[in-house]
Design a protein around this ligand. Structure first.
Ligand code: FEO
Length: 395
């Protein structure tokens, strides 16, 4: 059995990207990312998804290593975002007879992005494709996280090709399946991937999970990160909790600070929270923490505490950007508390109260508003607020 064989007749032909610095030109990739593609080899051969076009040559080498000069009969397009689709044009040049398998929306997008069309095979919910010895069935998963998204099921191998679902940031460092690597390295990157990219689409993810739960899964092949076999229950559970926006007990303190006064409030709040018995506390200075890491923690924990100075009669810009990103993801509930500072006219605290109203979140405790420099009075108010927050965490 080759190291690329995930199950009999199913081979990994994906690639690692350790040079792109920002995924979607937004999200940092300190540990890289993999673009996963798979061959399903029956009497006929299907390739499931492609890779980002800069890595197309490696994909084609990987394919040749697995099947030599045999032709590929079908390309199954689960998802059209260019990190998976931008090698399609080159693939068609190499395999002119390859038939593109996708739903109507995906096939329109292939034409629209790359001008590539027939021969195609249009599929819909429940359609099947017989490869001879192995078969594929297609289930639609719209808005996870694009409208054309679908997943592909190989019943003979109980293998789900899930597209971006269950994906993670982080390149594969040798191992492909979760039994060949240390999965502990990927949980945080799964959270960050989900919070950054899929986080807005909790309801469609829940619908897709309902379909997936009806399958007797042995293997889940996502388009990013490890192939899941041993850890499938943990992966489904994490996705279920994230898509229900369920936070575990713990607090994120996210703040901006121009000259260190609001930062002092954040530091004291963190200390007082810890004194009150809270152990899971993530503190982020929003000038320096990338939003993807902050969002990751906000998806993880049930409590969000935000601090901001007043700047130009409004929130400090990095704080405003974070709150915008939280609102865009429609997070329905967090224990939300806030604090702020001003020099001559306070606005930040009022703006965060308005944000809570907009989100329909009931604020926790007495917001702390500090004029000018950090003081013993501000510290006492932070202690009171921390105690009020600690009483709500985990409830
Ligand atoms: Fe990995 Fe939505 O593309």
């Amino acid at each position: 059995m080759s190291f690329s064989e995930i199950a009999p007749g199913i081979r990994y032909v994906g690639v690692n990207d350790r040079t792109t610095t920002r995924f979607e030109a937004l999200w940092p990739l300190p540990a890289g990312v993999s673009y996963n593609a798979y061959l399903v080899i029956g009497e006929r051969i299907a390739l499931i998804d492609t890779v980002e076009q800069r890595f197309g040559g490696i994909l084609f080498d990987n394919i040749r290593r697995e099947i030599g000069d045999r032709p590929i009969d079908y390309l199954v397009i689960n998802h059209m975002e260019p990190d998976h689709s931008s090698s399609i044009e080159a693939l068609r040049l190499r395999y002119p007879g390859i038939r593109l398998v996708g739903n109507a929306k995906a096939l329109q997008m292939v034409e629209g992005f790359y001008g590539v069309g027939a021969p195609t095979v249009e599929v819909a919910e429940g359609s099947t494709l017989d490869l001879g010895g192995l078969s594929l069935a297609f289930f639609m998963a719209p808005m996870v996280h694009w409208p054309e998204t679908m997943v592909t099921w190989c019943p003979e191998r109980r293998t789900l090709f899930s597209g971006d679902a269950f994906g993670t940031f982080g390149a594969l460092n040798g191992g492909i399946t979760d039994s060949q690597l240390d999965p502990a390295l990927y949980w945080d990157e799964m959270r960050r991937y989900y919070a950054s990219i899929v986080g807005k689409y909790g309801a469609p993810v829940q619908k897709a999970l309902q379909k997936v739960r009806g399958l007797d899964l042995a293997t889940v092949c996502s388009t990013h990160g490890p192939v899941w076999q041993e850890q499938i229950p943990q992966v489904l559970d994490l996705y279920d909790r994230m898509s229900r926006y369920e936070g575990e007990p713990g607090a994120v303190i996210a703040y901006g600070s121009m000259y260190g006064n609001t930062a002092q409030m954040a530091e004291r709040l963190a200390r007082h929270l810890a004194e009150a018995g809270v152990k899971k506390i993530a503190v982020h200075d929003l000038t320096y923490s990338d939003p993807s890491f902050v969002l990751r923690d906000i998806f993880r924990y049930d409590t969000l505490v935000v601090g901001s100075p007043t700047y130009n009669g409004a929130l400090f810009p990095p704080v405003a950007r974070l709150l915008e990103a939280v609102a865009a993801r429609g997070i329905p509930q967090r224990n939300f508390a806030f604090f702020g500072s001003f020099c001559w006219a306070g606005c930040a605290v009022r703006s965060m109260a308005e944000f809570a109203q907009r989100m329909k979140w009931e604020p926790v405790g007495d917001a702390v508003e500090m004029k000018q420099g950090f003081s013993a009075d501000a510290d006492a108010a932070c202690r009171t607020l921390a105690q009020q927050i600690a009483a709500r965490i985990g409830q």
